[in-house]
Design a protein around this ligand. Structure first.
Ligand code: SF4
Length: 66
């Protein structure tokens, strides 16, 4: 799995990087950004799911790898 933030949906509430700072950070304007590159470990996947469930804009997406 990989995790992405859709920049068109993100409104910068900051829940992702407050809840899961090991995976998400903020850019200069407070919008969320993904800090990890590539495939997630099982633990990171669990953390990412927590962020997906808490993003008020449904901006965080988990993608299966091809
Ligand atoms: S929780 Fe969602 S809307 Fe808020 S900063 Fe993170 S991705 Fe953006």
């Amino acid at each position: 799995m990989r995790v992405l933030i859709d920049p068109e949906r993100c409104q910068g509430h900051g829940r992702c990087y407050s809840l899961v700072p090991q995976l998400f950070g903020e850019d200069d304007e407070g919008y969320g950004r993904v800090l990890v590159d590539g495939r997630l470990t099982e633990e990171q996947e669990h953390d990412a799911e927590l962020a997906v469930g808490n993003c008020p804009e449904s901006a965080i997406e988990l993608h299966e790898e091809a």
